[in-house]
Design a protein around this ligand. Structure first.
Ligand code: 6MZ
Length: 356
């Protein structure tokens, strides 16, 4: 899977504006992808293969094929809430262990295997922390789901890949507890689970319910990252409550008010920045308005990430191109600044279990 021919939109335009030397510089730069959702990063050809291989292909809902066509052409989102409707069609294809393993293998390869377009065969990421929400189905338990993904992650050495277990804001207390218990148990068994995440529709759920789950994960030595303040509708209380869980990293953190920013700056929690995602979900109107600029000015740790390469049709190299390209296609950072930013992603990785 190539990183540039299959990409489109903001990242592709930024990449196309760079010289061959600049592209080579970005490819060779050691960088960590710390915010990539498994089911949001499945390459289109893999989705088509899974649809064809489905045990009862005729029974697949009609919207699955139409959904894949739409993802290939590019989805246009009016607002971030439209985004979450894309997943049921994808989930219909990754609901048994064999299909899930195939999807996980393809996503790991996308980030970690050599890119056919790179002259020296570099991969996009030196290291990938892949995240996923364990789903129960007629074919697997949540534990089996995570074991299946871990089997694929652990084909790579610890310095290249690890797993973050996501809790969805829509989960009820019983399911969230089960997910954290399984994540901790797998970690204690020496499996390569490095953290837990909170994701899903940014307005769903009551965050009071989640505090105990994240504190249990922390006590077990897992890193904690939380999607936070992703929309203007996220309340001050919601944001401050999530910060009170003392996360190690934050996803997006687009609409932090002054109080919340003070907490984030004093805790030095790394902010996972997803430029194309924010532009395409219309939570940020232009690169010039992006909150990344503020974090860079304040020398606050950030990690540049892709979020969901499937709907956003981006790549990690493309996201870094958005830093280096001249305005208005990019932020016009110098190569030296880009090296510093990439270095921050590498130092913000979660710790591996001691045995690895
Ligand atoms: C919040 C997101 C997200 O876990 O099934 N997800 N949650 N904000 C985002 N930014 C736009 N992008 C993806 O991957 C898909 C799931 O990740 C979450 C959503 O809950 C989505 O269902 P997994 O592998």
């Amino acid at each position: 899977m190539s990183s540039s021919s299959s990409i489109a939109g903001y990242a592709a335009a930024a990449l196309a504006s760079l010289t061959a030397g600049q592209v080579e510089f970005l490819r060779a730069l050691p960088k960590a992808e710390l915010h990539a959702h498994l089911n949001g990063c499945i390459p289109v050809p893999t989705l088509r293969k899974l649809a064809a291989e489905h045990s009862d292909a005729a029974s697949l809902p009609e919207n699955v094929h139409a959904g894949i066509d739409q993802l290939q052409k590019g989805v246009v989102l009016e607002e971030i809430h439209d985004f979450f409707g894309l997943f049921p069609a994808i989930y219909a294809l990754t609901s048994n262990p064999e299909a899930l393993a195939e999807a996980a293998r393809a996503v790991l390869a996308l980030f970690l295997e050599s890119d056919p377009e790179a002259p020296n065969g570099q991969s996009q990421a030196a290291y990938l922390e892949l995240r996923t929400t364990p789903r129960e189905s007629a074919h697997m338990t949540r534990r089996r789901y995570l074991e299946t993904v871990l089997d694929e992650v652990e084909r790579y050495p610890g310095e290249r890949a690890a797993l973050i277990v996501s809790l969805d804001r829509r989960m009820d207390a019983k399911v969230a507890e089960e997910v954290v218990d399984v994540a901790v148990a797998l970690r204690n068994e020496g499996r390569r689970v490095v953290g837990v995440d909170l994701c899903g529709d940014p307005l769903a759920g009551d965050m009071k319910e989640f505090e105990g789950h994240f504190s249990k994960a922390k006590q077990a030595g897992l890193g904690v990252t939380l999607h936070i303040a992703e929309t203007t509708e996220n309340t001050h209380e919601d944001t401050l409550r999530l910060l009170s869980f003392k996360p190690d990293r934050l996803g997006h953190a687009t609409f932090l008010d002054v109080d919340a920013r003070d907490v984030v700056f004093s805790n030095k929690a790394c902010v996972e920045i997803c430029l194309s995602s924010n532009l395409l979900c219309k939570t940020v109107s232009s690169l010039d308005e992006h909150h990344l600029k503020h974090y860079l000015e304040c020398n606050h740790p950030v990690a540049i990430c892709t979020d969901d390469t499937l709907p956003f049709r981006n790549s990690l190299v493309g996201e870094y191109a958005l830093l280096l390209a001249q305005k208005p296609l990019g932020l016009g950072l110098s190569e030296q600044e880009v090296v510093r930013v990439a270095g921050m992603s590498m130092t913000s990785r979660f710790a591996l279990p001691t045995a690895q």
